[in-house]
Each structure stands twice: as C-alpha cells, then as structure tokens.
Design a protein around this ligand. Structure first.
Ligand SMILES: CNc1nc2cc3c(=O)[nH]c(N)nc3c(CCO)c2[nH]1
Ligand SMILES: [Zn+2]
Length: 373
C-alpha cells in the first residue's frame, strides 16, 4: 500500500486516459466509477458484494452522516471504514450539494450554511471548516472542498456569484484541511455552462493547489448535450497530472462520453437507486423487470453477464420477486447494475490502454437498442 496519495497515468487515447490512484488503503483503477454509499451503506449490498462487482472506492456523504449517526459517533467507533466494514478507499462529498437538495429552512452567508435536518428538523451548520472537520472525523481518504452548486435555472450572475463564493470556500477548505499525508483534498470547479466562468474557476483552483479536481455544477438538469459541451473544454482547464472527477454522473452513455472527454472518476446513485425500482441496465439496453412481458421469460437479464442475478435467476423470477415486494429483488438488480457499470469501466480501461477507445465506443452504442428489451 502506498504511504501517500499519487496518480499515475498509464495511457491516453485521444482525450481519454487510464491510470491508477495509489492511496494507503489501496489502488483505484481509472477511469473509475464510485458506487454511492450515502448513509454508510451502498443500499441493498454487503460491502464484500460491492467489492465483488469490481469497485475500488465508494462514496460517502458528509450531510447524511453528520445528521445521523453524527461524525463524532463514527469517529468514536473507529471511523467510517471500520464502521461500515469497507477497508478500501472512501471519497466523501462535502455536504453543500446535499444541503441545497435535501435540507429545508436554509440560510446561506459568506460564513456557511445553516439548515434544518430533513430527518428531524434539528438545526445544523456547515462551512468549509466544519465540513473539513466532519470529513476528518469520518476518516475518508479523499475529501471534497465545501462548495455551492447552484440549482437550475440560474442566471449568469447567479452562476458567477456561486462560483466565486465556492472559490473563496475552496481556499478556506484548503487552509482548514491542513497537511494530512495519505489523505487527499479535491477542489470543485463550478461555473455552470459558461466557458469563461469555468476557466476562471479552474485558474482559481490551480492557484490554491489540490490533489485532484472535480467538475461540479453538472448533472443538475442541463441535459447531456449541454454537459458534453462543457466537458469538451473543462477537463483541459485542469492539471493533466491530477485526477479529474465528474460529480453525479451518470447513465452508461453519459459515462462513456465523459471518459471520452478526459474524465477519470465519476459517482452516481443511478445503478443502485434504479435497481431498487426494477430498472436493469444491460449492454443491450434497459429492462424494466416489472413489465408483464417478463413474467414467463426463462432467460436471464443478460445472457452475457456473469453477475449472480444473471447466472442464478430468470427474468420471470426477478419479475415475481419484484411484484411480490421481496427484498431480494432490490439486492439482485442492484448487484447486476453495479456489476454492469464496473464492466463498462473495465472495458474502457482496457480499450484506452490498447488504443482502441473509438472501437469500444462504437461497439457500446451499436449493441444498445432503445426501450425495454
Ligand atoms: C446527480 N448530479 C449531481 N450533480 C452534482 C454536482 C455536485 C457539485 O457541484 N458539488 C458537490 N459537492 N457535489 C455534487 C454532486 C453530488 C455528488 O455525488 C452532484 N450530483
Ligand atoms: Zn447481470
């Protein structure tokens, strides 16, 4: 295990890159997809199952864990890795995005954000300093700067204001993070879909200096074309020798398009959340297992998939347990979806290393039919 945090680029193919992030808790193969473990669990999955899907790192959330069971309690119990029985790398988001999307009665000032818990209405405060303290208490390996991701629709002035506030908060995050060998602090680029604001944000973050750089403010309803439009230039504003993390993305075709444009890391609730609602993602397209057409189908979700759901069960069975509201339905579909997402990542890592990303991308799109397959 590395004593420190380091990123090694092994190959590039166009703007796409593949490499390894070394951390004291293990290596992260990039491009990497991070399953979301919001409340110290990837829902419906045991940690060893998450690992079996191929995940090297998972994401936790400052916002949820500060409310329940609190960061102080997790620290007293040995930190988040021990608490949730996941000894590999954990990245924690800084809380600002979740406050804006989940909490109520929010008041934002230069200092930080006060808000009422969506769980019990209790009053809480987050600032760059408090977010750094919480993420230190949790013991996460990759800490995210505290930022403001403006909700859409937002005027250019609003996007500029939020970006400049986030850059001041990025400096305060850096100052409060201090010097923590083996732990990384990532800055978060804001700036909406405006090139000049994105460039201003990147310059501000590089002047502060981070171990990695996230592209925030996307996957908030702007649509894939606008997101790709930003990704056509934004990764290039960031240091080539540091990991680039696109936050909150996405569907399989979003992920392939983002890696094509130079993104190294992503996270999204989609595979786990949609798995629990009966939505399976496969190489040939989506399967809505609740659809009556699957009731007598003896075939697996995907004949070519080696996950437990596809090697052990028929669509008919999955349809049945879903309709019956059985817990195993969410478990099996979540496992399949996470397995499929990791299979896409592994396919891209190999394709980039072999200089055949274009062929991978063409095969990826050619196989996919529209609608319920
Ligand atoms: C689902 N879409 C999405 N867009 C995001 C954008 C941001 C962002 O701009 N900042 C921070 N801190 N987190 C973000 C997150 C949470 C990632 O799980 C996002 N998630
Ligand atoms: Zn499968």
């Amino acid at each position: 295990m590395a004593q420190n945090f380091a990123f090694t680029l092994n190959a590039t193919d166009g703007a796409a890159r593949t490499g390894v992030i070394s951390t004291p808790r293990g290596e992260i193969r990039t491009p990497a997809f991070m399953p979301v473990g919001t409340a110290a669990t990837v829902k419906a999955m045991l940690p060893e199952s998450v690992r079996a899907t191929g995940a090297d790192i998972l994401l936790g959330n400052t916002y949820h864990l500060m409310l329940r069971p609190t960061a102080e309690r997790v620290a007293r119990l040995g930190g988040l890795h021990k608490f949730m029985n996941w000894e590999r790398p954990i990245l924690t988001d800084s809380g600002g995005f979740q406050v804006m999307s989940l909490a109520s009665l929010r008041k934002m000032t230069e200092e930080g954000v006060t808000f009422s818990s969506h769980i019990d209405g209790s009053k809480h405060f987050l600032s760059p300093e408090r977010s750094m303290e919480i993420q230190r208490l949790l013991g996460s390996d990759i800490v995210m700067a505290f930022d403001e991701c403006p909700a859409l629709p937002a005027t250019d002035e609003e996007v500029a204001r939020a970006m400049r506030l986030s850059m001041r908060w990025a400096q305060r995050s850096r100052d409060a993070f201090g010097d923590r060998p083996g732990h990384a602090l990532f800055g978060i680029m804001q700036g909406g879909v405006t090139r000049e604001l994105r460039e201003e944000s990147a310059e501000a973050l590089k002047a502060i200096g981070f171990d990695g750089y996230a592209i925030g403010g996307l996957a908030v309803g702007e649509g894939q074309a606008a997101m790709f439009g930003v990704l056509d230039y934004a990764p290039g504003f960031l240091p080539a020798d540091k990991p680039r993390y696109l936050m909150g993305v996405g569907k399989p075709d979003d992920i392939v398009g983002a890696v094509k444009r130079g993104v190294d890391m992503m996270d999204c609730v989609l595979p786990s959340r949609s798995g629990r609602t009966g939505q399976a993602w496969t190489r040939r397209g989506q399967v809505n297992i609740k659809n009556a057409r699957h009731a007598d189908d003896p075939r697996p979700l995907d004949e070519a998939c080696s996950c437990p759901a596809c090697t052990g069960y028929s669509r008919a069975y999955l349809h049945h347990v879903f309709r019956a509201g059985e817990m195993i339905s969410g478990m099996l579909l979540t496992w399949h979806n996470l397995h499929y997402f990791q299979e896409i990542m592994q396919g891209m890592r190999e394709a980039i290393a072999a200089g055949r990303f274009a062929e991978f991308e063409a095969e990826f799109h050619a196989r996919r039919a529209e609608g319920d397959i």
